[in-house]
Design a protein around this ligand. Structure first.
Ligand SMILES: NC(=O)c1ccc[n+]([C@@H]2O[C@H](COP(=O)([O-])OP(=O)(O)OC[C@H]3O[C@@H](n4cnc5c(N)ncnc54)[C@H](OP(=O)(O)O)[C@@H]3O)[C@@H](O)[C@H]2O)c1
Length: 275
């Protein structure tokens, strides 16, 4: 039995899909098991990752668990519960090294990794760079006025498709020989913000405008959905990525044997969000 947390999210949902397609028995953790639609065969169970005791029943009978980090989660207590229930192995979603060095976001991911190491459970770490899915935040303004409002037009990232992240997670869950491996993933190309806007416009078949925000304006927008320290860290990452060329990381190929998906492929799959 494989336990997938974050199972209704963009990465976790795809992980469930891949595992079911591979014939695995899957338990999917969610805070709303009565409302979710899962691929046939996956069983939804209740659990809140902020409350370790609520997840204990979900670990019973599980061989390997995918842990999706939620800010402020009691990671040591969750791992203790997993171990007590007899879970044999953990696959942890983490993060690649971020531009500008370890800030608050990267430090949190490394702390999660340290907690997993200390737990004594065999582990695989999946460390994606920026997710292509972050650009879905542009969808409302693109739909309304064909415009992307963003700061740092020349920030270079090599964003990775969430389906590739899920494929690496699924490969790690299905194959115990991946224990001890750390997979660092990016997409296939370094792309600046304006280059991504241009690709989106090509895929959508209409030119998109880019309106540059000041870092202060972007911070105000980010602070609406993130704690202040995280908003500051996101600004710092984009500032540090400006004028650089993002590194290409090998993890998708190492784990799946195939190339990572391009931004154009991702944009084509998500075109309906932008139309
Ligand atoms: N954005 C980036 O560039 C980047 C880069 C590297 C790593 N990451 C990591 O990627 C992850 C984002 O993944 P995603 O796109 O799959 O997220 P997502 O689509 O936003 O999914 C959110 C998921 O989190 C679950 N969730 C939230 N709070 C929960 C709680 N207290 N207890 C149980 N489940 C909870 C939700 O489940 P229910 O609502 O069903 O309970 C849902 O399945 C984050 O962990 C982030 O650290 C992001």
């Amino acid at each position: 039995m494989i336990l997938v947390t974050g199972a209704t999210g963009r990465i976790g949902g795809r992980v469930v899909h891949e595992l079911i397609a591979a014939g695995a028995a899957v338990r999917a953790l969610t805070r709303r098991p009565d409302d979710v639609r899962l691929p046939g065969g996956a069983v939804a169970v209740y659990g809140d990752l902020l409350v370790a005791a609520s997840v204990e029943p979900a670990f019973e009978g599980v061989d390997v668990a995918y842990l999706f980090p939620v800010p402020g989660w009691p990671v040591a207590a969750l791992l203790a519960a997993a171990r007590k229930a007899g879970v044999h192995r953990i696959v942890l979603l983490s993060s690649a090294p971020l531009p500008g060095g370890p800030g608050v976001i990267e430090r949190q991911h490394r702390a999660n990794e340290d907690a997993v190491r200390v737990s004594g459970l065999p582990w695989t770490f999946v460390r994606p760079s920026a997710l292509m899915a972050n650009d879905l935040s542009w969808a409302p303004a693109i739909r309304a006025e064909d415009t992307v409002y963003q700061a740092f037009p020349d920030a270079s990232l090599a964003p990775v498709d969430e389906h590739d992240v899920a494929a690496v997670v699924a490969a790690a869950l299905l194959d115990g020989d991946r224990a001890g491996h750390t997979y660092e993933l990016s997409g296939p190309q370094p792309l600046t913000t304006v280059e991504r806007v241009a690709i989106l416009g090509e895929v959508l078949g209409r030119p998109l405008r880019f309106t540059e925000l000041s870092p202060r304006e972007l911070r105000t927008a980010l602070a609406a959905g993130h704690p202040p320290a995280v908003a500051d860290a996101m600004i710092g990452i984009l500032a540090a990525a400006t004028g650089t060329t993002a590194p290409i990381l090998p993890g998708v190929h190492q784990a799946t044997g195939g190339p990572p998906k391009t931004y154009a492929e991702w944009a084509t799959r998500h075109a309906s969000h932008f139309r």
